[in-house]
Design a protein around this ligand. Structure first.
Ligand code: HEC
Ligand code: HEC
Ligand code: HEC
Length: 493
């Protein structure tokens, strides 16, 4: 019975894939037929101002970060987004009629964006942030549609990869239940008690900027926990820290100017710099927004309070460490000797050999701050060491619209890195930084480094879903047995 239910479900999912294939082929034939019409349609339907407005909104939403695998083909899809249940590949959203969204009507586009429903009716996975994009006004969806239809170059090719999640996540219909439970689909409602600037910021941060997609923790079914909004979440290898206005837990010690500067450049001297997914969001999206919009976002974010009480006895993550020549005690110790000694001695060796040239022998960085100091920083003061490990493994690679390039080499790539570091070495240098310049209560093990290398901890969600399906099947089985028993009872009477 159980096996039957499962095989039925997987057959269903295969069937829907087949009919999609057929539909796609059908669309291809149609596309050929309408090619001549398409030529005529090249005449612009939308004003340059509207297309420009859509382009700006697409930038604010960072559509390009997920929907682009190769710079040469923006929005042509193929970029895989890692989720705890496997990789979900973003699709081609260029206006190609054969491989993109060229046949989407404005209504279908709006439904994909705000409800997570594809043109063929299939459900999208929430790796596409439709729970956030639900906030978009009709007017803004219209501008985005104009931009995607006439401002993006069509790419008539399918992305190299496609999504293949394990059972039962491959059953897209399962997202219907998820949406019922967790996608409120509510458009943005301005708060009349707040200023227009705050409302603009709330609209952009909750919708286009989708800060919560990364910074809000998720529950067992991957839903955002609204009661803990922006209080920090693990996304793959990276930790998106608490950005509520709590002075203890979040960024309550930042001013609106501070946050605006961080979003515009990815660097707030003396406090934080952005690597990983935040660096990407800044490079492609936030750094390209009008300053007035960044200020609005900052004003809103700094009004979001924490669910945790303030604790003045607890130091916040920006308050740890100072410049010390912590390596001095270990100089003259050979590498081999260091290995034999404590992990910190090894860490000091690794630091002197690989990091001090840029970050300074005392971890003070350079005067201009291009090579940052390593103390007093979020990354070494944070209780969760993921970002410290991930920054060492993956390096930092961030661009500014003014043509600046912030670069730290990756040390985790065992093939291409100039100096590949082993898990033990990454753990040791992390512990050296934490004890010398950061939060000494935090420590890193080689096993933790391996987990970050693999892109973060795997979730038990697949198992959970399978157990859920099994439980569902048991309930069905129970009902069937009950029904047959009743019938037999009736027959016997
Ligand atoms: C955080 C990553 C992410 C961002 C940002 C994002 N998308 Fe997506 N999008 C995805 C993924 C992943 C899919 C495929 C999901 C699936 O297969 O279920 C997708 C699917 C879509 C689809 C469905 C296309 C189809 O027929 O397969 C549309 C339309 C779309 N996105 C438009 C947009 C637009 C417009 C933006 C910006 C306003 C945007 N997306 C931003 C990840 C993203
Ligand atoms: C794609 C995921 C993602 C999105 C979207 C995102 N962030 Fe982040 N954010 C991160 C990660 C990861 C970090 C940690 C980066 C690091 O330390 O190198 C971070 C760091 C930050 C920090 C620095 C905190 C600290 O202690 O160093 C601030 C402030 C911040 N984000 C604000 C925002 C705001 C505001 C938005 C929306 C407008 C946003 N983020 C959207 C992932 C994201
Ligand atoms: C070639 C110069 C260079 C070397 C070598 C180097 N770094 Fe960096 N490091 C940088 C730059 C540049 C940044 C980013 C500054 C910014 O984001 O504005 C950075 C940032 C960091 C950060 C902060 C990342 C964040 O998200 O906040 C840490 C931690 C760090 N480096 C540790 C190390 C360690 C440990 C080593 C040695 C294993 C090392 N660095 C070697 C140049 C270097």
């Amino acid at each position: 019975m159980l096996r039957n239910t499962i095989s039925l479900l997987s057959r269903l999912s295969r069937l829907s894939r087949l009919s999609r294939l057929r539909a796609a082929r059908h669309a291809g034939v149609l596309a050929l037929g309408t090619l001549a019409a398409a030529g005529a349609a090249l005449a612009q339907n939308y004003s340059p101002e509207l297309i420009e407005k859509g382009r700006y909104l697409a930038t604010a939403s960072d559509c390009i970060a997920c929907h682009t695998a190769s710079k040469a083909q923006p929005m042509a899809g193929g970029h895989a987004i890692s989720s705890p249940v496997g990789e979900i590949v973003a699709t081609n959203i260029t206006p190609s009629k054969s491989h993109g969204i060229g046949n989407y009507s404005e209504q279908q586009f709006a439904d994909a964006l705000r409800k997570g429903v594809r043109a063929d009716g299939a459900r999208l996975y929430p790796a596409m942030p439709y729970t956030a994009f639900a906030r978009f006004t009709n007017e803004d969806v219209h501008a985005l549609y104009a931009y995607f239809m006439e401002g993006v170059a069509p790419v008539d090719a399918a992305p190299k990869a496609s999504t293949a999640l394990p059972f039962p996540m491959n059953v897209r219909a399962s997202m219907i239940g998820w949406n019922l439970l967790f996608a409120d689909g509510k458009p943005f409602e301005p708060d009349p008690a707040q200023t227009p600037e705050w409302n603009r910021g709330a609209y952009l941060a909750q919708g286009a900027g989708h800060c919560a997609t990364c910074h809000t923790p998720r529950g067992a079914l991957m839903q955002e926990l609204a009661s803990q909004s922006l209080s920090g979440a693990q996304i793959g290898a990276w930790w998106a820290p608490d950005i509520t206005n709590s002075r203890t837990h979040g960024i309550g010690s930042w001013s609106v100017d501070d946050l605006t500067r961080y979003l515009a450049t990815g660097h707030l001297p003396g406090k934080a710099q952005a690597a990983g997914p935040m660096a990407e969001a800044i490079t492609h999206s936030f750094s390209r927004l009008h300053e007035s919009d960044l200020r609005a976002i900052s004003r809103y974010i700094l009004s979001v309070s924490s669910h945790q009480p303030e604790d003045s006895a607890q130091r916040n993550r920006f308050g740890f460490g100072q410049a010390t020549d912590a390596t001095a005690g270990f100089r003259g110790t050979s590498f081999a000797e260091g290995m034999k000694q404590s992990g910190v001695a090894l860490g000091a060796q690794v630091f002197t050999a690989n990091c001090a040239s840029c970050h300074g022998a005392s971890g003070q960085g350079t005067q201009d701050g291009y090579y940052p100091a390593l103390f007093g920083k979020s990354i070494t003061g944070e209780a969760n060491p993921s970002n410290l490990i991930a920054a060492i493994l993956n390096g930092v690679d961030r661009e500014t619209p003014q043509g600046g390039h912030v670069f730290m080499p990756p040390f985790g790539d065992q093939v291409n890195a100039m100096v590949p570091l082993k898990n033990e070495e990454v753990a040791a240098v992390s512990n050296f930084l934490l004890t010398s310049y950061g939060n000494p209560a935090v420590s890193v093990t080689a096993d933790q480094v391996q987990v970050i290398r693999e892109g973060g901890a795997k979730s038990g969600l697949i198992l959970l879903a399978r157990i859920g399906m099994a439980l569902g099947a048991v309930v069905v089985l129970g009902l069937v047995m009950l029904a047959t028993k009743r019938r037999r009872a009736r027959l016997e009477r």
